[in-house]
Design a binder for this molecule. Sequence first.
Ligand SMILES: CCC/C=C/C(=O)SCCNC(=O)CCNC(=O)[C@H](O)C(C)(C)COP(=O)([O-])OP(=O)([O-])OC[C@H]1O[C@@H](n2cnc3c(N)ncnc32)[C@H](O)[C@@H]1OP(=O)([O-])[O-]
Ligand SMILES: Cc1cc2nc3c(=O)[nH]c(=O)nc-3n(C[C@H](O)[C@H](O)[C@H](O)COP(=O)(O)OP(=O)(O)OC[C@H]3O[C@@H](n4cnc5c(N)ncnc54)[C@H](O)[C@@H]3O)c2cc1C
Length: 664
Amino acid sequence: MSVNPDIQVERDTATFRSIDVTHMLDGSPEATNQRRIRQKQIGDDPQINRRNIIFMSHEERYEAAIARGLRIEQLKAEHDWDIMDENNAIMWCFSDIAMFVHKVMFIPAIERLGNKEQHDKWLPLAIDHKILGTYAQTELGHGTFLRGLEMEARYDKSTEEFVISTPKHSSMKWWPGSLGHSSSHAVLLATLYIDDQNCGMQPFIVQLRDLNTWKPLPGVEVGGIGPKMALATTDNGFLVLNNVRIPRDQMLMKYAQVSKDGKFTKSGAAKANYSTMMLVRVGIAHSCYFSLAVGATIVTRYSAVRRQGEIKPGAPEVKILDYQTQQLKVIPSIATAYAFHFCKEHLKWYYIETFQQIQQNDFSGLPEIHCVTSGLKAYMSDIATAQLETLRRACGGNGYLLSNGITNTYIQTLALPTVEGENTVLYLQVARYLMKCLKVAATGEAVKGSLSYMNEKIKTPYTSGLVTREDYSNVKKLLKLYQNMTVRLTQKAGDHLNKLHVSGQPKYEAWNNTSVQLVNAAKAYCQTYVLGMNIEGLSTQAVDLPGDALEVIHQLCVFYALHGITEQSGNFLETGCINITELHIIQQEAQEMMAKIRKNAVALVDAFDIPDNLLNSTLGCYDGNAYQHLYDSAKSDPMNQKQVLPAFEKYIKPMLQGKHTSKL
Ligand SMILES: CCC/C=C/C(=O)SCCNC(=O)CCNC(=O)[C@H](O)C(C)(C)COP(=O)([O-])OP(=O)([O-])OC[C@H]1O[C@@H](n2cnc3c(N)ncnc32)[C@H](O)[C@@H]1OP(=O)([O-])[O-]
Ligand SMILES: Cc1cc2nc3c(=O)[nH]c(=O)nc-3n(C[C@H](O)[C@H](O)[C@H](O)COP(=O)(O)OP(=O)(O)OC[C@H]3O[C@@H](n4cnc5c(N)ncnc54)[C@H](O)[C@@H]3O)c2cc1C
């Protein structure tokens, strides 16, 4: 099929070469080649390809997802993939892989929470798929408040076993992925009791199913929790344990230990047992980038080939991408996807470095990385889901079809603001950290890390520093505005907290009565962080780009900063970080920048280099022939393989012939 001329012209008139930017996104031309090879191995494989999933039943999708998971294992062995390759493969399949919790949580939990003997025993079994596992933490009654977990593990000194039980409905495990039908084992988080003393939430390895018959073991009641909005293939489950006994060495004992005679000891940081969640939060940041890149690719290409209506009366119908309002739906998502790229790259290296320190028992970096990973998981998933919905609607009627590729991406991504810590709760964790830093700054001590900008005193009366027109595209000056806004919102929340406390409210009550302001400050911190990483990326990852490409990536960053101010203008005005005249100029500048970026919109999404067979979209194919692909997809619907469906004989015909009764 030839390329649609409407999309070709976009590529011909772009001011830079997409491939240069693709190399930057991958890290190097070699890395691009390597990724393409991997994506081809996945996309071309009939067992992995997700082309027909929209026509499958729940059970068919589940089975296909198991087969996909297995095939990925075979490819991994055949092509010598490393862990990054494997995680990318899961992401490129949009997590449409049953048992992926085994990879992304069960194994990492054993690695992080187990001691050497436990590694030696369990990891080979898990890595070789001799056992399949889930991460069972959430209960029907508690997902967020982990200190409230009710499943009990009571140590029985006489037999050197833990007895695990589910005292009531609210204490059953509820939600763990792959628990329903696909796990033989669980890393199960339960509250440990020794002689009735509560020793906090601890991890245990519990076998759930017989490895030959797959039937639940005695005392284990397990099943699926029912159909969900999406993620049909991740069989989330429930679990009730009736006095199930496990040996003492099946408590994962890296950070807390129980001796044979029942002595409880702890090593490492208080929240070390939460470290698996931190890893997954980093992975979620990466998924947010990918989902947004997918959405932006589909909708930008579709907007460049769909013509509807006229701008100049009587002139030919225009591409919908030429409407300024459509640009406002599409361009922010492109700019955000690029900002998220820089941010997730930073986060990956930051996590690896800090994890290495933790492995050496240096926990000093834990509070900051907990703040950053919690905040970015929350912020990036909030923004990604909001923008995906805007993008989906930007496709008009066809945005409601499953074959468009974006609907599925959107509803899958909708899980991310909830999993691994509900977003509001995570913002409140960030706020805790902000308040601590505020206290440090107030004592005159230097605040370190991502909030070191708190050390600079904001002069009053304040001026924004935006003097010349050039200042409005100076990303460092714009970043300063964001930083000042964050500091002021933090101070405002801190002042409110103190005021309530001084007026007699206990600290916890004052905290709850300030939580809206605290969350607002936390979001500002996250937005500032992402912009900071975007700017850092310009001078690190993007610095070797040819001049024309660097200019476009720079424009995106400026737009990201300006657009963010227009979206959050209330915060910027309220904190006095800009005045109304400056806001008007910023709005104007943002619109002008958007018009410049529009010219390169298709080339910018081409640079994400997501192949058609992973994009899986009728609207967003590289060739721009959306109408042909929509028609082909409709024709391939199994319901269209018969000209007359059985419902005709059964119901419609009798009705037409007046033979129907009210009882049907
Ligand atoms: C693939 C997708 C599948 C999905 C899987 C899932 O969803 S799996 C299920 C996913 N489930 C979830 O994600 C559950 C979400 N819930 C949680 O993570 C926790 O219950 C909580 C963090 C909300 C509160 O916890 P709490 O009541 O025990 O804590 P607190 O309020 O008493 O004290 C807070 C103190 O602890 C610190 N700290 C906290 N976390 C960490 C950390 N990771 N590291 C380091 N530190 C951490 C924090 O800085 C603060 O320090 P401060 O200020 O005192 O010096
Ligand atoms: C698709 C999916 C997959 C999942 N996979 C797993 C898995 O593999 N393993 C696992 O263990 N779990 C899993 N979960 C569970 C998930 O981690 C929890 O649902 C999540 O942590 C939110 O907890 P919750 O359901 O208790 O929400 P709740 O805490 O009940 O949230 C409800 C509301 O209460 C608010 N709220 C709660 N506490 C506070 C507070 N302190 N301050 C202010 N507001 C508050 C929240 O902001 C939210 O608005 C999964 C969930 C989903 C949807």
